[in-house]
Design a protein around this ligand. Sequence first.
Ligand code: AMP
Length: 280
Amino acid sequence: MEVIKKLNEMQTRVSSIKERKETIGFVPTMGALHEGHISLMHNARDENDKLIVSIFVNPTQFDNGDDFKSYPRQLDKDIEIAESINVDIVFVPYAEELFKEGFCTYVLQTKLTEPLCGKFRPGHFKGVTTIMTKLFNIIKPDRAYLGQKDYQQNIVIKRLVRDLNMMIDIKVLPTVRDKDGLACSSRNRHLNPQERSNALCIYNSLLKAKSMYSSSIKDANKIIEEMTSIIKSEEYTRIDYVSIVNPNTLEDVSCINGKAVATVAVRVGDTRLIDNIILE
Ligand code: AMP
């Protein structure tokens, strides 16, 4: 396995892979790898000749400097994990090389980036769409693998690829959870034991949504009310949003006809967690 940090080295390697007509599977991450990332890597490993994983804590997608500074980083351990999955290349770019002095070109997506997390994290999706465009340009993957946990991000990236005519197949894989249901997240390691236990209300609220929907309750507000009360009943939780949205447009729905997504963002102590479940 190669660990490549320099941009020109990465680009040279990609050119030689392309010359050999090998397919590239790409898993973009911010590191502190966990079972969610590992599942993406296994799938990508199975479906492509070459597997490239990027590890980059992208400063431009953090709307809060403290969150960026305290984001978990464990490069040596991540490299060991990647090696154990037979990743071909781990790309760990330098921020100074990706965002050279004078950098002033951003990719801005409207509409889909406005609701949900877009409301609470100004500038976040501009950072996401810009870094994803850059990484896609550098790595030129045939397929990119994303996790369902970041539902809005996936919709945004799929639209980015479609709107900018990138020839990349976006694969979204199910959310991997700890045994008790909490979605794996690099940020979980910021939770103290009390908060870790409180955070279970997030998944419980999603299960409640699913069971209400299964028993033919289609009134989104009714479901949101129940979800909200489950989350509020736990100490140290603060809701950013509890929403039920159209799976394609991310607009709020009032009556669920067909498929919808129940999606939440909750701060538990100082840690912001997101999760979702598809209602269909
Ligand atoms: P991150 O390192 O948090 O930026 O995530 C990198 C990729 O891993 C994104 O596509 C996430 O959606 C995905 N991911 C994060 N957590 C999970 C999870 N629990 N299950 C599946 N995929 C995940």
